[in-house]
Design a protein around this ligand. Structure first.
Ligand code: GLC
Length: 570
């Protein structure tokens, strides 16, 4: 199989791994993870096979929103280390072929940020217009708040200047006014700074919020479309570093997401998380019926060839189910989080995947195999590779932000400090490091860790999934998703059984199409092909073009269709 573009557009072939430095490994024994700890684990990440590391915010922060409330966009929080250590981490990663992307939080600052301290001093302060103010009492905005357990309005009254400032998230996170050219200049400067230090791109936080229309209205300075902000960021990014990318958090319906890719021009975000597909996957798991996921895949809009989706089953926030209907959401709650303390904000779940799937190893592996086979780029959240579960007693989203479980030593090998000094306690009881840890699983041939490592290795050889054209294959079993991703001359067929009943299906396998030669008047031609079982690997014979697949409960298979001549290719 040939892909000439894979030396470029690396995000289309990546395997992403997200972690928070604070909870990964504590090297200096103070109870908080740090950059020194992360550097020590770079070989671990390399062994696992990931190719892109997404670092959650590491900037100085009062830490009221786990680092998403920033007081210095150019800094490194001293609890985590310093710039020198960060550069070492980046270099260590690069040496191993791992790219590093950083969270870019530009919708808001902390209310302790010097800009906001200045801004709230007086109405004519030079930083006043860095934020969004109103001088009349705000309307009822309780339906717009992101954290309904803590906030009732997106406007907060400021006693000193007697005006209200905008905050889509917590009130201590005042929104930046992106319609102000000075703010936009600062954003570019921040991006330029981190690129210069070696960062390869950004996970861009809360994108629709910083482009929202309530920021453009008070301004005379941003003409027209708020997407111009994103386009100008992208073009600056590329000017500074041609290979840099932006992976955006845009939890919107597909048709609206398309605009954030820059539509047909593809000149805004290079990549976006597929929140809709993720939610459909959980509904499909709950029903043991692949239909919702199938429908989501079919509903994905075509995107520019340089853009990509990022697929995931977990991230650091609540597992949001906000795009499902109320009754669908209830189905997922009933199946995977029936107790109130397992749910968050009425729209999501506090749990990690293994506990939701009842710890069934077959089902857990099927879920990851499925996620890795979806067209796009897989993104893992730390701890998923060993099946870490949540700490339900932790407050809100902190339930899934517990320290990494390295071994069965004290504090799970995360830190040598006294447990009371830990940044957060380790998962207790059945999910504790005694039962779930890296050290043990690395040495157990049949562990989840070994499975995930194999899966990553396999996925990295299947560029059809990141680059190809997807089609859903017809077959009669509702519990089965059978999909195919085609590049010229090669295709992957992935088959997943979401149900606890075994099933055998027949798939008719269309021929491959050859590469079209430029000027070839006949266009692409079908070419003779063979089929290989990628989890084997061994050759599979088709009968009259039909592939018979026997799937056990929660079974999964990946096949490659390749040109007969290619079979022995290295
Ligand atoms: C994003 C982050 C979330 C954070 C919020 C505010 O949604 O994923 O963790 O609280 O933005 O920055």
């Amino acid at each position: 199989m040939q892909i000439t573009e894979t030396s470029d557009l690396w995000w289309k072939s990546a395997v992403i791994y997200c972690l928070d430095i604070e909870t990964f490994l504590d090297a200096n024994g103070d109870g908080s993870g740090d950059l020194g700890g992360l550097a020590r684990r770079m070989d671990y990440l390399n062994e696992l096979g990931i190719t892109c590391l997404w670092l959650m915010p590491f900037y100085p922060s009062p830490d009221r929103d786990d680092g998403y409330d920033i007081v210095d966009f150019y800094g490194v929080d001293p609890r985590l280390g310093n710039h020198g250590e960060l550069v070492e981490v980046i270099r260590t990663a690069h040496d191993r072929g791992i790219r590093v992307i950083a969270d870019l939080v530009i919708n808001h600052t902390s209310d302790k940020h010097p800009w906001f301290r200045e801004a709230r001093r007086s109405k004519d302060n030079r930083y006043r217009d860095f934020y969004v103010w109103r001088d009349t009492p705000p309307p009822d905005t309780h339906t717009q708040v992101v954290f309904p357990d803590k906030e009732t309005s997106v406007w907060q009254f400021d006693e000193r200047t007697e005006e209200w400032y905008l905050h889509h998230f917590y009130k201590y996170q005042p929104d930046l006014n992106t319609s102000n050219p000075d703010v936009r200049r600062e954003i570019l400067r921040i991006i330029g700074f981190w690129l210069q230090l070696g960062i390869d791109g950004f996970r861009v936080d809360a994108v629709p919020y910083f482009l929202s229309s309530d920021k453009t209205s008070p301004s005379e300075s941003m003409p027209g479309d708020p997407h111009l902000v994103l386009k100008s960021i992208r073009s600056f990014l590329e000017r500074r570093k041609g290979s840099a990318m932006m992976l955006g958090e845009v939890n919107l319906p597909y048709d609206q997401q398309l605009a954030y890719f820059g539509g047909e021009a593809g000149d805004e975000l290079n990549q976006m998380f597929d929140f809709v597909g993720m939610q459909a996957a959980y509904l499909s798991f709950a029903r043991e019926d692949a239909t919702p996921l199938k429908e989501a895949l079919l509903a994905r809009p075509p995107i520019h060839a340089t853009c990509a989706w990022a697929n995931f089953l977990r991230n650091h926030d609540e597992l949001t189910l906000d795009k499902l209907s109320e009754s669908e959401r209830q189905e997922v709650f009933d199946a995977f989080g029936p107790e109130e303390n397992m749910q968050l904000y009425g729209r999501g779940l506090k749990r990690r995947l293994p506990s939701m799937l009842g710890g069934d190893p077959r089902r857990i592996r099927m879920a990851y195999s499925l996620m890795f086979s979806l067209p796009g780029t897989p993104a893992l959240y730390y701890g998923e590779e060993i099946g870490m579960i949540e700490d339900l007693e932790a407050e809100g989203r902190m339930a899934v932000r517990t320290p990494m479980q390295w071994s069965d030593r004290p504090n799970g090998g995360f830190s040598t400090t006294e447990p009371r000094h830990l940044v957060q306690r380790l998962v207790p009881d059945g999910g504790s490091p005694e039962h779930i840890n890296v050290a043990r699983q690395r040495h157990e041939g049949d562990s989840l860790w070994n499975f995930i490592r194999d899966l990553i290795g396999l996925r990295r050889t299947c560029n059809e999934l990141g680059w190809g054209e997807v089609s859903i294959l017809d077959q009669p079993a509702p519990s089965v998703l059978a999909h195919r991703c085609d590049l010229p001359g090669a295709a992957i067929i992935a088959v997943h059984n979401l149900a606890s009943e075994a099933v055998t299906i027949d798939l008719s396998v269309d021929a491959l199409t050859s590469e079209t030669m430029e000027g070839d008047p006949d266009g692409p031609k079908p070419v003779p092909f063979v089929c290989v079982d990628l989890w084997g690997p061994h050759r599979v014979e088709l009968e009259n073009g039909v592939l018979r697949v026997a799937l056990p409960a929660y079974g999964y298979r990946w096949f490659r269709i390749l040109e007969a001549d290619d079979l022995d290719a290295p």
